[in-house]
Design a protein around this ligand. Sequence first.
Ligand SMILES: Nc1ncnc2c1ncn2[C@@H]1O[C@H](COP(=O)(O)OP(=O)(O)OP(=O)(O)O)[C@@H](O)[C@H]1O
Ligand SMILES: [Mg+2]
Length: 321
Amino acid sequence: MIFALETSCDETAAALVTHDGEIRANVVASQADLHAQFGGVVPEIASRRHLELVLPVVRQALSDAGATLDDVDLVAVTRGPGLIGALLVGVSAAKALAWTRRLPLAPVDHLDGHVASLYLEPDSLEPPFLCLLASGGHTMLLDVRARGSFGVAGRTVDDAVGEAFDKGARLLGLGYPGGAELDRLARDGDPEAFSFPVAKLPGLDFSFSGVKTSLLYAVKKLQPGELERRRADLAASYQRALVRALVERTDAAAQLLGVERVGVVGGVAANSELRASLPWARAAPLSLCTDNAAMIASAARYVEPLPYPRYLGLDAYASAA
Ligand SMILES: Nc1ncnc2c1ncn2[C@@H]1O[C@H](COP(=O)(O)OP(=O)(O)OP(=O)(O)O)[C@@H](O)[C@H]1O
Ligand SMILES: [Mg+2]
């Protein structure tokens, strides 16, 4: 089995996955509550919490799988992109685990991990396909021709769509991270009540920085009582605008690249309206949309592992090269 660790942001996660892509354990300890009071992830607090959580999460994963380290033949870890201090906790723990057993170690890119959430059983997807990666830090259209690699067909030039969800949620007085809460509030609202135009760039790129400003102006225009009454309408209309932008670009990219299959991954892939708006697409299972280590183990199958002891000098990276 592959033992994987993921600590790139504010989830401390460990998983055991077979080489055939069967999940035996998938433990995610979220720190969201810890960061909620600050309205966003505080990097130093995240690193310290990862340190406290990493060994309990490792033990929990082994116990859930009914396994010991004797059952593991490969250790995998997220190397980047993400918060550097947070990543270093996972990388150091993974090195130590691999070193004690003289096991090889596979360094995994977090974005490859999100794509590889589509390669897990019982419902794995075969390339070629177009992949919409919509998360807290990224919004990309990926041309996936083989497992383990992709070309970038489009990307956001400013904010990620997850960030737009979180900022919108904050303007509407919802907690952090607000994407899922905004999704819930939107169900009680009218998506046509307000018009929030999303910038349309030439080609297949996205821009989400303007739309949150239009939400800000709409919120400012309303009296407090009125705002309270229209909150669900605002959420529904804002979500409709974000989802429309994603769906239009995804359709255009699929046509341009001539691919029949579309995958959707990343935290925003959990959004109910996005999933309903792309019924022909394969969205990652809900439990694998936001950060987890099962997707990292999955991606590790398509990475050249570093033999013992070469990985002892391995470093993390905060942003893609
Ligand atoms: N139901 C939902 N609707 C919309 N957004 C959602 C939903 N559930 C989660 N999200 C958003 O998903 C994002 C988190 O996703 P994920 O964990 O993949 O991102 P990340 O790891 O922080 O960023 P990246 O993967 O780009 O480094 C947050 O912005 C969150 O608000
Ligand atoms: Mg992520």
